[in-house]
Write a protein that binds this ligand. Sequence first.
Ligand code: CS2
Length: 499
Amino acid sequence: MAPMVTPRLGPDTLDALPAGIRQPGYDRAALRPGVLHLGAGAFHRCHQAEWTDDALEATFGTWGIVDINLRAPDLAGQHGGQAGYFCRELRHVGVRERRLVGAVIDTHTVTNAATLTRALELAAAPAIRVITMTVTEKGYCHTPATGELNAAHPDIVYDIAMPDAPVSVPGFILRALSLRHERGVPFPTILSCDNVPDNGATLRRCVIGLARLSAPAMVPVLEQQGRFLNTMVDRIVPATREADRAAFAAETSVRDEALVVGEPFRMWVIEDPYNSTLPPWHLAGAIVVGDVHPFELLKMRVLNGIQTNVSALGLIGGFEFMSDVMAEPRFRDFARRTMTREVLPGLPDVPGIELPAYVEQSIDRLQNPELRHSTAQIVTDGSQKIRQRLLEPIRACLALGIVPHGLLLGTAAWMQTATGTDLAGRPHEATDPFHPRIRALADGAGSDARALVGALLSIGDIFGDDLTADAAVVDALAERLDGLRQHGVMAMLEAAIRA
Ligand code: CS2
């Protein structure tokens, strides 16, 4: 007998889904493309796409989403093979809520010249009035320490030589906007939804910076007509695991290759000085403000700050998931004290948010035992994350005369993970665009913690040039890295808690 094959989620299997799974409450057949999204990973599906379903239910409009990946994974193996449908599952203690999302009506992956041309045509189509993007920090091709375009980035070098066939995100946006300009099609509003400081402004600088080098006639056009919005997005959405998909299939008898699992909490703050026409996301709780900066600082320094500060410590301490890290009372204590003593004093007031309560809420979110967010996933690409999450808060402490014990310990731990070896010198995988450079410096430093700290701090593209010149910072980092190697993670956590 042939083995039973679980049918895949799609238009033909919707009726088979259990009644408990909420289905789109609008006429999906009437959707037309309105939004184009770049970088359709788990976060996008569990945030912008779900949010758009809410908006469509509140007030219907032609705001279907076209998802584009400029590189792998091929979306055909995900919701692209399911007519755009996927389920999102929210989990926390006592919460498990599944919902079918219908807002994505087309998907497209760039794999060669022909698919790139098609993707550019999709982005140049007059029907697209909004472009959103989640391409991760490194997708911006900027220098982390300055937020300026890195003109030496291999993808940017390529796009300067071949502007009609771009491989980078700034190159793709520049080409799509150039096509629209040539054809007299108005520019869409572009919303950056990545954890990059001043994300929209950074994208604008990178696109205009690239135009200066490859399409100078576009510079004044972009300066006058480009609408790049800064936004703050928030929801913890770990990479989906095969165990999640298998459990879904076992419980529903339908296999969803694009399933996403996230937390109930979500937030979206949009700074829109242009009063743009957007899907009615505000009807579903998105907040439109005049200045997103305080919200961005809060989220990157507290929620992301705790994640980055404890994930490297957790990883080298042998903890696989964030929920395991935060289940350990010493880590919770450490996170709370670091935030309260070192981070909150440097934050501005945030409209409508009480900072100590936000810290407690963040800790609760991060210890959510129903999510499996790996410490390694958060450590990934740390060179792109630490400026906004650890280094700026350290600078704020130094300016206020506060010794950043906790932030320094997290930074020292990150330095250890970035070398690709654990505390005992055993190799582990480090995924980071700076890894080859860091590895070479680590080889030069050998087992000397001070030499390693000095060498890494001299990477100005990550650390700027102020910290390496501050002897107290160099000493403190070297002492903590050495302490981690000599005494281990828990002893150093305890010392930081006592400090
Ligand atoms: C995480 C974020 O991997 C990471 O960088 O810190 O994806 C984080 O979970 C989200 O920013 C939460 O909104």
